[in-house]
Design a protein around this ligand. Structure first.
Ligand code: ZN
Length: 279
């Protein structure tokens, strides 16, 4: 081996080992956000998958966990059989929680960046586990609601849907103006199936997306939590934004951006829209 090639191969091995070394040390959040932005910019198809964590900063508590609703309320009032048997009782809690309280929530920076990404062809769709309508209010057009939406009511008799603004929920339980049957919020209760169209669309996106941006989901709720796993199995790069490690982090996540959804997404948005598309 000549001196030169020896030096080159030595240099290579130094470079390689220093590469390995940086792998050992924690990458900074900034570096990871840049990496995530690169993935999203270079990918042909991106999907966002969001859970309760994205709406917490809008003032909507999650169902689970220490600050969760199920620590304060008995979830039985959202059981479909209980609801049908005791509609008035169920409805008084539903009104208090989902309409008087959540109804006032406004979308935040994380919802906004996702809407801007879609507008700028950097996002094909949002799949959300949330029922709060905040993605749509932020401007997202294609939103697959895995668990339905609280801003619509559905008739338990004729299945007609009504906007919440069309119905007077001061008189409980509200009834259908067409057939007088009981109205139910159009999100799924315990004991009900996932809406078929949202489920099919989510599976399709998991099959085709090159990158999946998971935000604020702990990966505990079946079957929604399978969607990012399907995406990973089909070769998608998984970028995760969460304040704490989730079920996804050590199993399927490629780039973990740890922090509050609004802060991480604002920074990611800056990286994505460096060339001034963000207004
Ligand atoms: Zn009806």
């Amino acid at each position: 081996m000549s001196i030169v090639s020896h030096l080159i191969s030595n240099k290579k091995s130094v470079l390689l080992s220093s590469g390995n070394l940086t792998g050992i040390f924690m990458e900074t959040l900034d570096a990871k956000i840049q990496k995530a932005a690169k993935v999203l910019l270079n990918s042909k198809s991106n999907t966002a998958f969001t859970g309760a964590g994205i709406s917490v900063e809008s003032g909507i508590p999650p169902f689970r966990g220490e600050e969760g609703l199920w620590n304060k309320y008995d979830p039985i009032f959202l059981d479909i059989n209980y609801f049908l048997q005791y509609p008035e009782k169920s409805w008084s809690l539903i009104k208090e929680i989902f309409y008087d309280f959540f109804g006032k929530a406004k979308y935040n920076a994380a919802h906004f960046i996702l809407a801007k990404m879609e507008e700028n062809k950097l996002l094909d769709a949002v799949i959300t586990q949330n029922i709060d309508n905040l993605h749509q209010e932020a401007g997202s057009k294609i939103v697959h609601e895995f668990h339905g939406n609280s801003k619509q009511l559905i008739c338990t008799g004729c299945k007609t849907k009504f906007g919440i603004d069309e119905i007077d929920i001061n008189k409980l339980p509200p009834e259908c103006s067409l057939c007088k049957s009981l109205l139910k919020p159009d999100f799924i209760f315990f004991g009900e199936a996932i809406p078929q169209d949202a489920h099919t669309a989510s599976i399709d996106l998991a099959n085709t997306s090159e990158a999946f941006l998971v935000i604020g989901s702990t990966g505990e709720i079946m079957p929604a939590c399978q969607i990012p796993v399907f995406a990973k199995t089909n070769g998608a790069t998984i970028i995760e934004v969460n304040t704490k490690k989730s079920n996804f982090t050590d199993s399927i996540t490629d780039i973990f951006l740890q922090g509050k959804a609004t802060e991480v997404m604002a920074e990611l948005g800056e990286e994505l829209f460096k060339n001034g598309m963000l207004e």
